[in-house]
Design a protein around this ligand. Structure first.
Ligand SMILES: [Zn+2]
Length: 82
């Protein structure tokens, strides 16, 4: 009767980023995608995304994909591994 207490896991089939998308800083799995003023995209792992997120506006970066909500559903959430 207590099995329904956990919230449902996010539907990972809706993800835009895959395990093949890697952080441009450290090559870990990417969970964020930004575009700069020139339209070039950058991929960020959860660690580097979290560290650099406050500076994105000053750097002219706009977050267009943020899939960190799926981290808890990932089979091996090693997002802080550098
Ligand atoms: Zn990274």
């Amino acid at each position: 009767m207590s099995a329904a207490t956990l919230p449902p896991a996010p539907d990972t089939t809706l993800r835009q980023l895959t395990v093949a998308d890697r952080c441009d800083r450290c090559d870990a799995q990417a969970w964020l995608k930004t575009i700069d003023r020139a339209g070039l995209d950058l991929l960020w792992c959860a660690h580097h995304g979290r560290v650099h997120l406050p500076a994105f506006p000053d750097q002219g970066l706009e977050v267009v994909v943020d899939e960190r909500e799926y981290l808890r559903a990932a089979p091996n959430p090693s997002e802080d591994a550098d």
